[in-house]
Design a protein around this ligand. Structure first.
Ligand code: HH2
Length: 270
C-alpha cells in the first residue's frame, strides 16, 4: 500500500502532492514499482497535528480521486484506499471512486475507565451499507492526547482486546467479517518499546482478520537508529517490513514502494 499524503504537514512527506497532476505522477510511479493499493490521506495524524475538518479534507481529496480514476485502464486491479476518520468524507470518497476506507479511529479508545471511542458514529453504518473493505486501526485519543495514553500492562493483549471489541461493534452494525482488516496502529499511543513488542508478537494479532502494518519512517525507527530524519529511515523500515511479513502481515503501508515491494516479495518467497 503506497502512501499518498495530500497534506502540507505530514511528518515525512508533507507538501509534496499539492496538485492533482503531482498525485497522478506519484501514483503512476508507485504502481510501476508494484503497489497494489494506494492510500490517500488529507489529514495528518502525526502527534500534535491540527485538525482541518471534513470540508477541507473533501476539498483536498475529491479532485485527486477523480484524477486517479483513469489509471484503472492500465491497472484494472488497482485499489484506492482513503485514510479518513470522518464518515461524511468516507461517503464522498466512495462516491468519487474510492474502494477502501482506512480509519485510524476504527478501533479507538478514549481515556477513562468507561472506554469510550472517538470513532465517528456514522462510520459503521456507512461501511455496512457499502460493503467495502474497512481498516480498523488501533489508536487511543486524538493527535493531541495520544502520547499521554500509552499506558498498558500488556500492550499486545490490550491492543488485541480493543481490536476485538471494535470488530464486534462492526459486525453488530452489519459489517461482514470479510470486509475487516486489522492494524495495530504503530506509533498511535505507543512508546518505542511498545511498538517493538507489538512487532515481536505480531502473530498474536494475525489470527482473526488480514493484518496491515504501517511502520514507514516512523519515530520508533528513528529512536532505535538514532536517526532524526524521517526520509533517512528506509533501511529501518525495510527491516520491520521483512519481519512483519514473516510474522503474518498481509499489507504494508509504506512511502518507499519500490524497495519495500522487493523486501515483501523476497520475504514472502522465503
Ligand atoms: N499511519 C499513519 C497514517 N495512517 N493508517 C493505517 N492504517 N496505519 C498506520 O500505521 C497509519 C495510517 C501516519 O503516517 P503518515 O501518513 O506517513 O503521516 P501523517 O499522519 O503525518 O500524514
Amino acid at each position: 500500500m503506497g502512501v499518498l499524503n495530500l497534506t502540507p504537514d505530514s511528518f515525512s512527506d508533507g507538501g509534496r502532492l499539492d496538485a492533482p497532476g503531482a498525485v497522478v505522477r506519484q501514483a503512476r510511479r508507485m504502481l510501476a514499482q508494484g503497489a497494489a493499493l494506494l492510500d490517500l490521506g488529507a489529514q495528518s495524524t502525526r502527534p500534535g497535528a491540527a485538525m482541518v475538518g471534513p470540508q477541507e479534507e473533501r476539498r483536498r481529496l475529491l479532485p485527486a480521486l477523480q484524477a486517479l480514476q483513469p489509471l484503472r485502464v492500465d491497472h484494472p486491479q488497482l485499489l484506492i484506499s482513503v485514510d479518513t476518520f470522518e464518515a461524511s468524507v468516507a461517503e464522498a470518497a466512495l462516491a468519487a471512486g474510492a474502494d477502501w476506507i482506512n480509519d485510524v479511529r476504527g478501533a479507538n479508545r478514549t481515556a477513562g475507565a468507561a472506554g469510550g471511542t472517538l470513532r465517528d458514529p456514522a462510520m459503521l453504518r456507512l461501511i455496512a451499507a457499502t460493503g467495502c473493505p474497512y481498516v480498523l486501526m488501533h489508536s487511543r485519543g486524538t493527535s493531541q492526547t495520544m502520547d499521554s495514553l500509552a499506558a498498558y500492562s500488556d500492550v499486545v493483549a490490550e491492543v488485541r482486546a480493543e481490536l476485538e471489541a471494535a470488530s464486534e461493534a462492526a459486525l453488530a452494525a452489519g459489517v461482514k467479517p470479510e470486509q475487516l482488516v486489522w492494524d495495530p496502529g504503530l506509533g498511535f499511543a505507543k512508546t518505542t518499546e511498545q511498538n517493538l513488542e507489538l512487532l515481536r508478537r505480531l502473530p498474536e494479532l494475525s489470527h482473526a482478520y488480514p493484518l496491515l502494518v504501517g511502520p514507514s519512517r516512523k519515530r520508533f525507527i528513528g529512536a532505535v537508529l538514532n536517526e532524526p530524519r524521517p526520509r533517512a529511515r528506509l533501511w529501518g523500515t525495510a527491516a520491520v517490513c521483512a519481519l512483519a511479513v514473516s510474522r503474518g502481515a498481509r499489507v504494508l503501508r509504506v512511502h518507499d514502494v519500490g524497495p519495500i515491494v522487493q523486501v515483501a516479495a523476497m520475504g514472502a518467497a522465503l
